[in-house]
Design a protein around this ligand. Sequence first.
Ligand code: NAP
Length: 309
Amino acid sequence: MNETIYEASQLISGGDLFKSLAPPARLCVFGDPVAHSKSPIFQNAALHASGLEMQYVKIHTRSEELTPALQSLPAAGFIGANITIPHKPAALAIVDEADDYARKAGAVNTIVVEGEKLIGFNTDGPGLVRALREEFYVDLRDLRVLLLGAGGGAGRAIAVQCAFESCERLVLVNRTFEKAKALAQELSSYFRSDRLVGPAERLEAIPLEERALREQLSKSDLVINATSLGMRRIDPPLIPAGLLTANLMVYDTVYAGGKSRLIEQAEAAGARATNGLSMLLHQGALSFEIWFGRAAPLEVMRAALKSAS
Ligand code: NAP
């Protein structure tokens, strides 16, 4: 596999290099940093298995390079791209059009090149929906969700997905409480319905504090971690030990470093728990579907991701 990390300047200065690769690079991921991205591993496996004569490459892109880099995609022969940290919100402002979900999520992770135009999508939330079905055999819309990290980019994308799905309940939790509160206000219209789930409000924002968490966890089915905590073994615990119970499902969107402390806590409590690799896989499969208008070879992609994890 081509492990090269290209620079945005190589795209901005004409992009002939990408056309001259064998097979030509016609898909890429933009990020800063980008070296960690696992997308080329499973997207290239998918392209190969589908008989598509092109490759997917990593392009290291600084913030000030994002606009010219994206605008260079059509001339350089690219058919699409993924966007990763920290450029997803900025990409929304650059694309010519974006779908409803990407606009509301405030971020684009998938771009389709249509002639000279760039069309933006976001597959993070829909990817999580598929991951939850696969991991826990449940539908997001049927669940009472407690979302940790509702102030971050991933948290916002997941909260908007919960709103679009009209899930039974959504509790937004964030270290900086004001951000969770502001998001709850923004999403309130999605949860104003006759749907009754007992005395509890369908949408609440709470601070990341033991008492509030304990109370809300007793009214939740699914806990999602969308904070960046848990990526490193030295990270402190996100929630105090002893709060998780056996009836819960715990989805940790973090996927680096094997089992996070949150997953260990959940398993110790007898709860079902899993990390974010399945979300990563499904958001990638959805990008493939958007680019090619056909089902992604999911098992090929899964095997490639597994071999690299
Ligand atoms: P981000 O925008 O920087 O947001 C970080 C979030 O984490 C914020 O809510 C922040 O709270 C919170 N946080 C950071 N340090 C904390 C701490 N010490 N204690 C409590 N909360 C803390 O990051 P992001 O882009 O949303 O990414 C977040 C995570 O989602 C990453 O781990 C990433 O790997 C994961 N992710 C996974 C997938 C997947 O496919 N599996 C896709 C996207 C993202 P404040 O608002 O208070 O700062």
